[in-house]
Structures are given as structure tokens and as C-alpha cells.
Design a protein around this ligand. Structure first.
Ligand SMILES: [Zn+2]
Ligand SMILES: [Zn+2]
Length: 208
């Protein structure tokens, strides 16, 4: 056998191992690709219905999030979230210094964020008047005070990421607590001044 003929035989043998695609191949392949697509599609998204949604304008369209020092990256595979999502764990990140706050909401995130904005306006007004210690205290004042620290501009400059979800309020608070510890978002490293109150909501869950 000449060298050329031998090479041709070798090529033929190699090619014969590459059988044609059968139905099983196609099914396995489509299952894998749909799983990959599902993963890619999970995470934080902007709502499409409202063209200039102010809340969605601060939502990060990402399905990953990390520690303060970015040493570890986590993926959100739990679902698709936007400003209308309920029962979600969210992360607010200061856009000036990257410090993080983890919270959760059983009502639509939009309502929760609007509450933050109205408390913040009230805090800023008292801050300007010099009346912070006087009269009714603003909820989560320690969180809002962060935006008046050096290097900040007295505005609620945060980005939003949705990082987890749950089917009921008890599990939601547990996931919130889990991520607060996992990402170490307590002050002074982060912006949480206290841990999620799982006990309180366990009681509320039982009475519903
Ligand atoms: Zn929106
Ligand atoms: Zn900051």
C-alpha cells in the first residue's frame, strides 16, 4: 500500500466514527441549549411595558452579583425579575462607594422602592432643616444617612439587582437573612443596620 493510499484508509476510519446525528442527539442537544437559555434569561430585567420607568432605570440587567470586594461572584438562577416582581430579595448598591444593602419585599418591588424614595425625601428635608433628632424618626435613618457622608452627594444614588426569590414570606425573610450574612452587608462594611427579622414574619405567616 502506498503512503497516500494508507492515509486515505486512515481518514476513512476516522470519518466512520462520526456517525450521522440521530433523534437522540437532537433531543439531548436541544435540552442542553434550552437549559442554558433559561439560565441566561434569569436575573434582573427592566419592565417593557413602561417606556420610561424611573425604577427600572436603576435596575442592573445582570444575573450575577458579588461580595463587596468582588472576591466571589454569585448567579441568580431563581427567576426573572423586574420592578413589578413580588416576593423578591433585592440588593441596593451605592453607586458612589459600592456598599451594599440586602432587603426583601412581599409586595411589588416598585412599591417598596417608592417607599424608600419618600422616606429619603423626608430624611433629606430634616437633614437640611437640622431637625433629624426632633419629632418623628424616619425609618431606616442610618441607611439614608450614608448618602450624606463624605464622597456622596445627598441623593439616593443606588443601583438595584434582584438576587433571589421565595414562594412565601417566611422563606423570603430566610433568604434575605442568608444573603445578608453571605455577602456581609452589615454596617460598617455594608449598609444593613440590622438582620432580617425572620421570627416576626414567621408569626405573620402563621396568622395569614
Ligand atoms: Zn419598571
Ligand atoms: Zn456609598
Amino acid at each position: 500500500m502506498t503512503n497516500t493510499a494508507r492515509r486515505l484508509v486512515e481518514v476513512k476510519i476516522i470519518l466512520s466514527f462520526c456517525r450521522a446525528k440521530n433523534l437522540k442527539d437532537t433531543l439531548v442537544r436541544s435540552t442542553i441549549s434550552s437549559n442554558v437559555e433559561e439560565r441566561v434569561e434569569n436575573g434582573s430585567f427592566k419592565c417593557n411595558g413602561r417606556k420610561s420607568c424611573q425604577i427600572c432605570s436603576v435596575i442592573k440587567k445582570e444575573n450575577t452579583f458579588s461580595h463587596l470586594d468582588n472576591s466571589k461572584v454569585f448567579h441568580n438562577f431563581t427567576g426573572r425579575y423586574n420592578c413589578s416582581s413580588e416576593n423578591v430579595v433585592y440588593m441596593l448598591q451605592c453607586t458612589c462607594c459600592d456598599k451594599k444593602y440586602i432587603g426583601s419585599t412581599k409586595t411589588k418591588f416598585r412599591q417598596r422602592f417608592n417607599t424608600y424614595k419618600s422616606y429619603f425625601r423626608a430624611y433629606a428635608k430634616k437633614q437640611q432643616e437640622g431637625t433629624l433628632g426632633v419629632g418623628k424618626q424616619i425609618p431606616q435613618a442610618s441607611f439614608f444617612s450614608h448618602f450624606f457622608e463624605a464622597g456622596h452627594n445627598g441623593k439616593l444614588t443606588v443601583s438595584v439587582s434582584f438576587i433571589d426569590g421565595a414562594s412565601n414570606i417566611y422563606n423570603l425573610r430566610r433568604r434575605e437573612l442568608f444573603w445578608q450574612y453571605k455577602l456581609r452587608t452589615f454596617m460598617p462594611r455594608g449598609l444593613n443596620d440590622r438582620a432580617a427579622d425572620v421570627e416576626l414574619d414567621m408569626f405573620a405567616c402563621g396568622t395569614k
